[in-house]
Write a protein that binds this ligand. Structure first.
Ligand code: ADP
Ligand code: XUL
Length: 541
């Protein structure tokens, strides 16, 4: 018999948003109650906002070490993102919670009076038109900047040495860390600095737009500033005082990463028809957010191959060293994460690709496959930008099988050398931090280059462990924001509990034992060459 009553119409699922204000793009992922991907959008600064004239999302200074991005460009990217979503008929009214992340360390300087403007945004106008003049420093220093060596030494001196800074803040003083960047702005642009009402991280700047008020800095991204005590989770007064006067007020009170800040501002309710109940959660740094997006477990190692390459691990106990960083864990504020960051990531691989493989990743992969693992003994170090690990090195250095310095390899060998050199160095530095691959190790990979199977095979072979990628997206950082939004909305006490139905990882590359042996044999040579390079640089300083 035919069913006379049609089945009741299923209510449309809630949606959860994750933003990522990354180096090259503003990205957004929307997921539903089943954690399935609903929408993914990206605004590329270089191509979609050409008027800002950025390259890779940034402006490089003439000195070769300064990097900034216009805060107004990020604001305009939000306008464009919402306009694109509206064009597609995106159901804003179904969004119940929003979170996200941003490139770490960058800082945004809000001018006196900006809070009032944020609190009373006019929904008939763009964010850009209302906020363009509201930054006391128009060009925000970002993570690629390495111009604050002097300020780093001053901080280490004020705190009685790099070991003490590392022990308290999780890292020794690093050039890109926000406290040192703020110190430089305060010293070199003092009259503009004095007009500053609030300093946001790139991450806390995002929710400030959505809330229509200043959003707190979260513990995890706050750990990338050299200002936060990672044990007490409060600002360290000596560090604050060493960087600039009045910083405690300018930075606001830090908050746990998985926390609700308030509801979305009227501006978004009126202009895009968001529900007035939509929650706005704290945003965090892109690396902590990728840890959340990958649902990293103790024992896993995560590798993000984005503009920067990063490698991170879950830590129960903080044991800060002079190399690498310890951050408060974004999904469990009582735990920590270790982070290694490399400035020479995708942009350096892209440089080699453009030079030797006609700007094609397909050709790059073919040329990589045409050479043998181990590259006939050739080893290359490629630092097109001043590197973070090893600190301060810039230039390309190539060695043959007898460790003799050479000018060039063949194009195919150059491609293999950049991939093998970068990945072997990561294993070496992780081992230095005490990390050991065991039989349960999973390498979870994300970021733009996680599409490149050739690179992932080298990663599996170098580490001797299987490599997994996330199904559905290569943007774990953005996804992590959406997961945090869901977790804060449904069960703030258990991140894992809120994500039980998340999709499985895909096994993408298995290590080959004989090839792993080739890299194991080569590793001591790479380590020796790297330390020789460093002592050369230190001698010539
Ligand atoms: P970010 O979040 O820092 O903006 P992404 O994680 O989106 O960066 O990665 C962007 C980078 O990914 C680009 O610079 C590009 O070089 C790289 N990329 C994209 N596709 C590939 C590929 N098939 N192989 C290697 N690298 C790739
Ligand atoms: C981490 C770092 C970069 C940025 C940009 O310390 O500087 O990974 O977060 O992605």
């Amino acid at each position: 018999m035919a069913n006379e009553n049609p089945p009741p119409k299923k209510a449309a699922s809630n949606l959860y948003l994750g933003f990522d204000i990354s180096t090259q793009q503003l990205k957004l992922i929307a997921i539903d109650d089943n954690l399935e991907l609903h929408t993914e959008v990206a605004i590329e600064y270089d191509n979609d906002l050409k008027e800002f004239n950025t390259s890779g999302g940034l402006h490089a200074g003439a000195d070769g070490v300064s990097y900034t991005a216009p805060a107004a460009m990020w604001v305009k990217a939000f306008d464009l993102m919402f306009a694109r979503l509206e064009e597609r008929g995106f159901p804003f009214g179904r969004v119940v919670s929003v979170s996200g992340c941003g490139q770490q360390h960058g800082s945004v300087y809000w001018k006196e009076g900006a809070q009032k403007v944020l609190q009373s945004l006019d929904s008939s106008k763009s964010l850009y038109d209302q906020l363009i003049d509201r930054f006391s420093i128009a060009n925000s220093p970002v993570w690629k900047d390495a111009s604050t060596t002097r300020q780093c030494r001053m901080l280490e001196e004020a705190m009685n040495g790099p070991e003490v800074v590392a022990k308290i803040t999780g890292s020794r003083a690093y050039e890109r860390f926000t406290g040192n960047q703020i110190a430089k702005i305060c010293q070199e642009h003092n009259s503009d600095f004095k007009q500053t009402e609030r300093i946001s991280l790139v991450s806390s700047f995002g929710p400030s737009l959505l809330l229509g008020d200043y959003a707190s800095i979260d513990y995890s991204d706050g750990s990338g500033m050299n200002l936060l005590d990672i044990h007490t989770k409060d600002w360290n007064q000596t560090a604050l005082d060493a960087c600039a006067p009045g910083l405690r007020k300018l930075l606001g009170v830090p908050t746990p990463s998985c926390s609700m800040l308030g509801t979305i501002s009227n501006y978004f309710v009126q202009r895009y028809h968001f529900s007035a109940d939509c929650k706005v959660c704290a945003f965090t740094g892109d690396n902590p957010s990728a840890l959340a997006g990958m649902r990293l477990q103790q024992g896993d190692i995560a590798v993000s191959l984005g503009t920067s390459d990063t490698l991170f691990l879950w830590l129960d106990e903080p044991k800060p060293q002079l190399v690498g960083h310890v951050l408060i864990n974004p999904v469990d504020s009582s735990a920590y994460m270790a982070l290694l960051c490399y400035k020479n990531g995708s942009m350096t691989r892209e440089w080699i690709r453009d030079k030797y493989a006609d700007k094609s990743w397909e050709k790059f992969e073919k040329m990589l496959a045409s050479t043998q693992p181990g590259n006939g003994g050739n080893i290359g170090f490629y630092f097109t930008d001043t590197e973070i690990i090893p600190v301060g090195v810039k230039g390309c250095f190539k060695f043959d099988k007898d460790d003799k310095k050479v000018e060039d390899f063949s194009p195919e060998e150059e491609i293999r050398a950049v991939v093998e050199g970068q990945l072997m160095a990561k294993l070496s530095h992780a081992q230095h931090l005490g990390y050991h691959v065991n039989s349960n190790t999973r390498i979870l990979v994300t970021g733009g280059a996680s599409e490149n199977i050739g690179i992932l095979q080298v990663l599996a072979d170098v580490f001797g462990a299987p490599v997994y990628t996330l199904g559905g997206t290569k943007n774990a950082a953005c996804l992590g924001g959406a997961y945090i939004a869901k977790c804060v909305y449904t069960d703030p006490s258990s991140f894992a509990g809120a994500l039980q139905t998340a999709p499985q990882y895909t096994l993408t590359a298995q290590p080959v034992a004989s090839v792993h042996q080739v890299y194991k044999d080569m590793l001591p040579r790479l380590q020796k060459l790297e330390s020789d390079l460093l002592s050369h640089i230190n001698d010539s300083e």
